[in-house]
Design a protein around this ligand. Structure first.
Ligand SMILES: [Mn+2]
Length: 222
């Protein structure tokens, strides 16, 4: 597998945009990107993970990951797929993973391998400083310690599952980084706690929408 933390240099030509949980709703994502005139020739899109499950088109995640301007971290739903040989299938199905059981053995392996290659964290250099992306929460006090901290399995679990910060309203800043962007917990509108931006506004739910966050200005474009 690749490194736990994947680094991206400055985008000198276009925008860097982050999006919350997609959960198989790639057509809705395309509509949201059209609203901001997203230009794949120069803009980049960074996903907080949970590309799959619940929505109608989970398998499209693989095609999206092959696009050079689309990047994602591992969410807890990708982690189900990575662990497909030992996962509690019934529990996963309740959480939207029934589609996976209909795949051939070859497809299952292909999907699991693609998601196993995803990093737990991405860090993007922007004009205003370094911005981090993880699925649920940053498990280290200082972002600069993250690669080391993620060597512990329980910290990787925290990274893709924890709701402690948002549940407690904890506004402690993550040191060593300008901002951290997370998803995992559906909200009516984006919530910023300290320098942690929670952007899953339920674009995959009947009444939610995708929030597209500009990583240079840390403002929501739509
Ligand atoms: Mn999640």
């Amino acid at each position: 597998m690749r490194a736990y933390v994947q680094r991206f240099g400055r985008n000198l030509h276009g925008r860097d945009i982050a999006v919350g949980d997609i959960h198989g709703h790639f057509l809705r994502l395309e509509s949201a990107l059209a609203k901001i005139s997203f230009d794949p020739r120069q803009d980049r899109l960074f996903s907080v993970g949970d590309l799959i499950d619940r929505g109608p088109d989970s398998i499209a995640a693989l095609e999206w990951l092959s696009r050079p301007w689309f990047h994602a971290v591992r969410g807890n739903h990708e982690d189900y797929a990575v662990r497909y040989e030992t996962v509690d299938v019934d529990n996963w199905a309740i959480n939207g993973g029934a589609w996976f059981q209909l795949l051939s053995d070859v497809q299952k392996r292909q999907v699991a391998d693609a998601f196993a290659a995803l990093p737990y964290a991405m860090e993007i250099e922007t004009a205003a400083g370094l911005v981090g992306v993880v699925h649920a929460d940053c498990p280290s006090v200082d972002w600069q310690d993250l690669a080391t901290v993620l060597m512990q399995r329980r910290k990787r679990v925290q990274c893709i599952w924890s709701r402690d910060r948002i549940t407690a309203g904890d506004a402690t800043e993550v040191a060593g980084v300008r901002a951290v962007v997370v998803g995992h917990t559906p909200l009516i509108s984006p919530v910023t706690l300290g320098n942690v931006y929670h952007i899953d506004t339920g674009g995959w739910t009947p009444h939610g929408h995708f929030s597209l966050l500009n990583l240079s200005t840390m403002t929501v474009e739509v």
